[in-house]
Design a protein around this ligand. Structure first.
Ligand SMILES: O=C(O)CCC(=O)C(=O)O
Ligand SMILES: [Fe+2]
Length: 341
């Protein structure tokens, strides 16, 4: 067992040891738990029940959800990473789409707020000027919430293969099954469920922008005990965010460069060396790697993904673009088409 940091968001302001643990999570481990982030255990139980229903419902019911336009500006997608599923469809199950929409939107916002609050804490821990991370990279972040459904992972396969998330931060809620593992100093350790907590891991973009001082951590999932649901929320940069690295962290540039080189050799096949950042904006990167996610998929896995996406303000209000909601109807997509990880 590994001692992953557990941060109580309510105590962070007043407790020095809590801040030290956050620093350890941020700069050494790359993974940490967060308590008191917003939703109650009862709300999370309800989310779990509703998600299970979504994955068990017939195509017709799923399509009802996909074409539902709630009060909120978002859309749903569904795609399979792998089609050999044993999971049964319940033909009699009716989805309460309004309720699903409301509950998921609440979860979405709670996770987004937690992510932004954490970015502010990272600025404090790193002694950066206030807003240095949030203003430069996340003034209008591209966000997306997945429901990941893994049926029991067959022997020799992966629920999701070893990978590094691409964005700034990932905030993940998992059910009580277990199966998520993270790498630390060359060894793999389970990240067991702790009721009510979120698991935070840092993505490659945050790592890259900080010259590797914020640590991106590799992780993978084997749902060998039984089927499993997890809800990762991906906080990505704003479309207009410039891909400039922060000079405050330049002192670590050489070490990071060396690490990046080593990675390419060690993990060829899952690393996707094609995903270079360049010096443009997140929009350039997004158009290159996310819009054509099929071609650039970085990992295989035995799971289905249900995605809830919030168009960024830039996407909706852009001067030359029609609202994405007008031009892009809600829809289920099968199989895999886009992945905002
Ligand atoms: O299901 C999990 O616990 C992890 C999922 C994950 O790593 C991802 O979707 O990027
Ligand atoms: Fe991930």
């Amino acid at each position: 067992m590994f001692n992953f940091p557990i941060i109580d968001l309510k105590r962070l302001d007043s407790s020095k040891s809590e801040k030290e643990e956050l620093r350890r999570g941020l700069t050494d481990v790359g993974f940490f738990y967060v308590k008191n982030w917003g939703l109650t255990n009862a709300e999370l139980e309800e989310i779990e029940t509703l998600t299970r229903q979504v994955f068990t419902a017939s195509d017709a019911e799923q399509n009802k959800l996909a074409s539902y336009v709630g009060e909120m500006a978002h859309s749903f997608y569904l795609f399979d990473m792998d089609s050999k599923f044993v999971q049964q469809v319940d033909p009699n199950l009716k989805l309460d789409v309004k309720k699903i929409d409301e509950k998921f939107w609440k979860m979405f916002l709670a996770m987004k707020n937690t992510g932004l609050e954490l970015l502010t804490w990272f600025e404090k821990i790193f002694d950066l000027k206030e807003g240095r991370l949030r203003d430069q990279f996340a003034s209008d972040p591209v966000c997306c919430l997945h429901g990941n459904y893994y049926d029991k992972t067959p022997k020799g396969e992966w629920g999701i293969e070893s990978h590094l998330d691409k964005g700034l931060i990932t905030l993940l809620y998992q059910d009580q099954t277990g199966g998520l593992e993270a790498e630390y100093e060359g060894k793999w350790y389970p990240i067991p469920p702790i009721e009510g907590t979120l698991i935070i891991n840092l993505g490659r973009m945050l790592e890259y922008f900080t010259h590797g001082v914020a640590k991106g951590a590799w992780h993978r999932v084997k749902a060998h005990k039984g089927d499993r649901i997890s809800w990762p929320f991906f906080l990505n940069p704003s479309f207009d965010a410039k891909f400039g690295r922060l000079d405050e962290f330049k002192w670590n540039a050489e070490e990071f460069e060396a690490l990046e080189k080593k990675r390419r050799i060690n993990v060829s096949g899952t690393y996707e060396p094609g995903t270079e950042f360049g010096s443009g904006t997140y929009r350039d990167w997004h158009n290159k790697y996310v819009v054509n996610a099929d071609e650039h998929r970085r990992n295989k896995g035995h799971l289905k993904i249900w995605e809830m996406e919030e168009p960024s303000k830039a996407e909706v209000d852009g001067p030359n673009e029609k609202s994405s909601l007008q031009v892009r109807p809600n829809q289920w997509r099968k199989p895999n088409t886009r992945i905002y990880m």
